[in-house]
Design a protein. Structure first.
Length: 375
């Protein structure tokens, strides 16, 4: 028996045999101690300690068709560092771990991982809110990620009671058609006629506030949008900027500056073309803070001063926006609240429900004015 216990996890049956009780008594000892006498419960717990047994929440969930776990899934939103020659953390030599000594600093790559350019701060802040709310609700969390297919989602769906997803532009149509057996919350997607819940921000409200500030406080009428029009959020923000300009009788620029969040290199040739042609705008309005981070680096590399020569703004209000030089004027999304809302929807802990049963929670963002616009 002892040899068998070293090759597999002890089960409820092992504990029942060791304590000479029924398996129901083992279950009661952990879940309903009031059902047992003190002596019986202590005998069960002593047997569990000797065997190294711990009750399996997953097994209990499968027995009743639920796991108790809420999931959070992101599609390829982790960003590589800018230096293509760098080795990933998985490239650390095993000897550094096995030797038991101190791992040299150069093998940690911590300088890069601490760089706000190098990871998706928007996702991190929403995730923090999701995890905090799950903790408050007493619900465990499963974090997962995957490629631009729904295979990884299907794998996670079978393990959780509800799933919140950061969809990528490529996966959004697939997810809209997907109808799993559990509730799903999609971040940053407008309703699409499916049965999924939404948690998003009012992009139009945020962009109108930003454009109004640039026009009224700075007289900046020539605005250039910066971002890739792949994500639904970016399209909504670009459209809202252009609509607000048209309302003021200003014709918006047709061209869109294509900002890669992986670094400033792709922006520099585009900036040089604007500089050489004398077509620099009054302000660059970026679709995200991370677009703005890359743009600020590119402008600095070209000797263009912010805000003296051109204004730069972001959208998200991530922690990194406070740390740029100059600090970034941006639209702040209530990211922690968005994560918490998704968790409450999935846990079924909201105080009320819409008539359709499908939540579309839209948060109002706010303008955060800092030095990059000249204020």
């Amino acid at each position: 028996m002892a040899e068998e216990r070293t090759t597999r996890r002890p089960t409820v049956y092992d504990v029942a045999q060791e304590a000479k009780v029924s398996i129901a008594s083992v279950s009661f000892a952990f879940r309903r101690p009031d059902k047992l006498s003190d002596a019986t419960r202590e005998r069960v717990l002593d047997a569990a300690r000797r065997l190294g047994y711990a009750p399996s929440g997953a097994a209990r969930g499968l027995a009743r068709g639920r796991t108790g776990i809420l999931g959070l899934h992101a599609f390829d939103l982790l960003l590589e560092r800018f230096d293509p020659s760098a080795q990933p953390l998985s490239g650390m030599q095993a000897a550094a771990f096995d030797s038991g000594g101190v791992i040299p600093w150069e093998q940690t790559y911590d300088d890069v991982l601490s760089d706000p350019h190098a990871f998706p701060l928007y996702v991190d802040e929403v995730q923090r809110g999701f995890e905090l709310e799950c903790w408050a609700l007493g619900r465990p969390v499963m974090l997962s990620s995957g490629s631009d297919t729904d295979v990884s989602v299907a794998d996670t769906v079978g393990r959780v009671d509800g799933l919140a997803i950061f969809p990528s532009p490529q996966t959004a149509p697939t997810l809209a058609r997907h109808s799993p057996s559990i509730p799903i919350v999609l971040f940053s997607m407008a309703p699409g006629g499916d049965h999924h819940h939404r948690v998003r921000v009012d992009n139009g409200h945020g962009m109108r506030a930003l454009v109004t500030h640039l026009l009224d406080a700075h007289g900046a009428t020539d605005l250039a949008f910066v971002g890739r029009l792949e994500a639904e959020d970016a399209v909504e923000r670009r459209n809202a900027m252009q609509e607000e300009l048209r309302k003021r009788g200003i014709r918006p620029r047709d061209a869109v500056l294509d900002a890669a969040v992986r670094g400033p290199d792709e922006l520099i040739p585009q900036l040089r073309a604007l500089l050489d042609g004398g077509r620099m705008p009054h302000a660059f309005v970026c679709a995200t803070d991370q677009n703005a981070f890359a743009l600020l680096d590119a402008l600095r590399a070209e000797g263009v001063r912010v805000p003296e020569d051109v204004i730069v703004t972001g959208f998200d209000g991530t922690l990194g926006s406070r740390l740029t030089t100059p600090p970034l004027t941006t639209i702040r999304q209530p990211m922690e609240a968005m994560g918490r809302a998704a968790a409450r929807i999935l846990a079924g802990s909201t105080q009320s429900s819409p008539p359709s049963g499908i939540f579309d929670v839209v948060f109002e963002p706010r303008l955060v004015i800092r030095g990059s616009c000249g204020c």
